[in-house]
Design a protein around this ligand. Structure first.
Ligand SMILES: [Fe+2]
Ligand SMILES: [Fe+2]
Length: 353
């Protein structure tokens, strides 16, 4: 059963509502029987044109998400930004992105994206935001942030003549000169240690930028050591992995792990053809995403309000130019599903690619 959540703060709601699209005022999210809620904003790709001029579409997408997240009532337990704050990772872009995020009521927790990283290997991002991977606990749920966009040392350190070249090679969606993402051995050791002190009954929510599953290598919707990370999580009863990077709605269940993607505030990616070509490919799709309307700069973009209850996540997509969607965990089927669009009755493939 769903009930309408009071969305706007009562103070100055009238004033603010006047400045926002009707869809925001009408947002009706989830169940009230939730334990934790958080706002999840991702993939703003702030891009410098020249000097203090930035690509307007990407700017506006992030500003809108920040303004709307500030209006959540009740306040979320925290806000997370899912990576790819900048497009090419330079200081003006990261500074501008940080400035927009600084308008949030609460300081956001941050995830590293490849667009933030490959210019200077995350130095300036870390100067602004701190650790690249870490964990924290909220109301009995253990949250882990991974930096999943690392890759082979040779590619990172030896192959390219400059950081700019390296960034450009990693920035393309289908560039064959890119390299598969990975969490890496050092961080997996850290994760194993971090999880050692956590009871197996404790719900776990992992935030990564790339999916910790292998979806489509051609576009780097892929994490090379996904199975090794999944194995570390296998002993826990309830695990949820949430990721950005793909700029489209995906969900999947592998063993004990529920996977959910989130949308970008910048632009949507289409679904790769291979999803439709091979029935066994992950993930099970709901509906094909409408391609962005070039005359509507906010089409197929948005941000998420996530409810965590009974150790599982419900993802409420606030889609700026489209109908809102909810992907919630179906306890009977033991998998996430899109409440409105899930017409398939078959269980998603448990294994593998
Ligand atoms: Fe992205
Ligand atoms: Fe990305």
């Amino acid at each position: 059963m769903t009930s309408r959540r009071k969305f706007l703060k009562s103070t100055a709601a009238g004033l603010i509502a006047g400045a926002l699209p009707v869809s925001v005022v009408k947002l009706a999210f989830g169940s009230e029987a939730r334990d934790i809620s958080f706002a999840y904003i991702s993939d703003s790709h702030i891009q410098q044109v020249k000097g203090s001029k930035f690509v307007r579409n990407w700017d506006r997408g992030l500003m809108k998400a920040v303004a709307e997240a500030n209006l959540l009532d009740p306040n979320p337990d925290f806000v997370i930004f899912g990576g790819d704050l900048a497009q090419l990772g330079n200081k003006p872009e990261l500074d501008h992105g940080a400035e927009i995020l600084s308008a949030l009521n609460v300081k956001p927790r941050m995830v590293m994206g490849e667009h933030d990283y490959y210019l200077d290997l995350g130095d300036y991002w870390s100067h602004l935001f701190g650790e690249k991977y870490y964990s924290f606990d909220v109301k009995g749920v253990h949250f882990v942030v991974l930096n999943s966009i690392l890759t082979y040392d040779e590619w990172t350190f030896d192959r390219w003549e400059s950081g700019e070249r390296r960034m450009n090679e990693m920035a393309g969606l289908d560039n064959p000169n890119g390299s598969p993402f990975m969490v890496g051995e050092k961080q997996r050791e850290w994760l194993a240690n971090d999880l050692e002190k956590v009871s197996h009954d404790t719900p776990i929510v992992v935030f990564s930028h790339s999916p910790i599953q292998k979806i489509y290598k051609g576009w780097n919707f892929w994490t090379e050591d996904a199975e090794e990370v999944q194995a570390l999580l296998a002993v826990f009863n309830k695990v949820n992995v949430m990721y950005g990077h793909v700029h489209q709605i995906q969900y999947n269940q592998i063993g004990n792990i529920a996977f959910n993607s989130v949308m970008a505030t910048a632009w949507p990616w289409p679904y790769p053809n291979s999803y439709a070509q091979a029935k066994s490919h992950l993930p099970v799709m709901t509906v094909e995403m409408n391609r962005a309307d070039p005359f509507n700069e906010r089409d197929a973009t948005g941000w998420q309000l996530v409810d965590v209850h009974s150790g599982r996540v419900d993802v409420n997509f606030n889609l700026y130019g489209n109908q809102n969607r909810t992907v919630s965990f179906n306890k009977e089927k033991n998998q996430p599903e899109d409440i409105k669009y899930s017409t398939h009755s078959k269980k998603p493939a448990q294994k593998h690619y």
